[in-house]
Design a protein around this ligand. Structure first.
Ligand code: ATP
Length: 243
């Protein structure tokens, strides 16, 4: 068992409001872990801290056993999809990928480019300006960006947004293959039926707190589906009804 992603007692406040409270989680090599929670539960805040994009008010993060901060060397081994990246609209998809890769002084092309482009499935559009891309095409370019470095750790915030069913399936298969090869994947999503097929493990947040964590089969348990288990755990249906 190799722990690839670890958070210990993470806390984040915006002003006085806690967004993440005393959260601990681990993701091991070979696992695809879903980070779930209703809107505002703290998923993006958690991922930003895991990546050194925001500083925790308390607790500790390690990726591949190393501490994380902006520009930490370990981040070269991490594929990221989180708020962006901001592509240059008048450059092609391919030129944008090259720019993002080469900015750090690395020789083009990256080792996983072909597999990443294959998944992105942009075809001829890869050489057209990003300005004309649909939302789904931008999302697929972002995925290519995250995967082109053949990462050991992947942290993806709602990667399936805007993808059509065939693309969602291709993404699922690619992430499973990367995990089988020894990567650790942490992925946030609201698409619970999809997550149930994708993830081996689940972490559920509610109001910034951990409410459940463990193997998918344990969480689904007697509820029969991840959706049912999730709604029971978070009490979201009751909260909506009370509003
Ligand atoms: N930069 C910020 N400044 C102030 N409050 C913030 C900031 N970022 C997040 N928050 C607040 O922190 C809480 C957690 O937000 P976060 O984006 O982490 O949730 P989330 O689980 O990713 O939600 P969603 O499912 O809607 O993407 C929310 O109450 C949000 O309003």
């Amino acid at each position: 068992m190799t722990i690839m992603i670890s958070a210990e007692n993470l806390t984040k406040r915006y002003g006085r409001r806690p967004a993440v409270r005393d959260l601990s989680l681990t993701v091991e090599a070979g696992q695809v872990c879903a980070l779930l929670g209703p809107n505002g539960a703290g998923k993006t805040s958690t991922m930003r801290m895991l990546l050194g994009l925001s500083t925790p008010d308390g607790g500790r993060v390690r990726l591949l056993g190393e501490p994380v901060g902006l520009g930490a060397p370990v981040l070269r081994r991490v594929g990221v999809l989180i708020d962006g990246p901001a592509f240059v609209p008048h450059l092609s998809g391919r030129a944008n990928l090259r720019l993002l890769w080469s900015a750090a002084g690395r020789a083009w092309p990256p080792p996983g480019l072909d597999a990443a482009l294959d998944l992105a499935g942009l075809g001829d559009a890869l050489d057209r300006k990003v300005r004309g891309y649909s939302m789904g095409m931008r999302q697929r370019l972002m995925l290519a960006q995250a995967l082109m470095r053949q990462p050991d750790v992947l942290i993806l915030d709602e990667p399936a947004n805007g993808l059509d069913p065939a693309e969602v399936r291709a993404l699922r298969e690619r992430l499973a293959a990367l995990a089988t090869e020894g990567a650790a994947v942490l992925v946030s999503s609201h698409q619970l039926a999809e997550v149930q097929q994708l993830a081996t493990h689940v972490v559920v947040l509610h109001h910034g707190r951990l409410v459940a964590a463990g193997p998918m089969a344990d969480l689904v348990g007697a509820a029969g589906s991840l959706e049912e288990a999730f709604l029971t755990m978070t009490g979201e249906e009751d909260e909506r009804a009370a509003r």
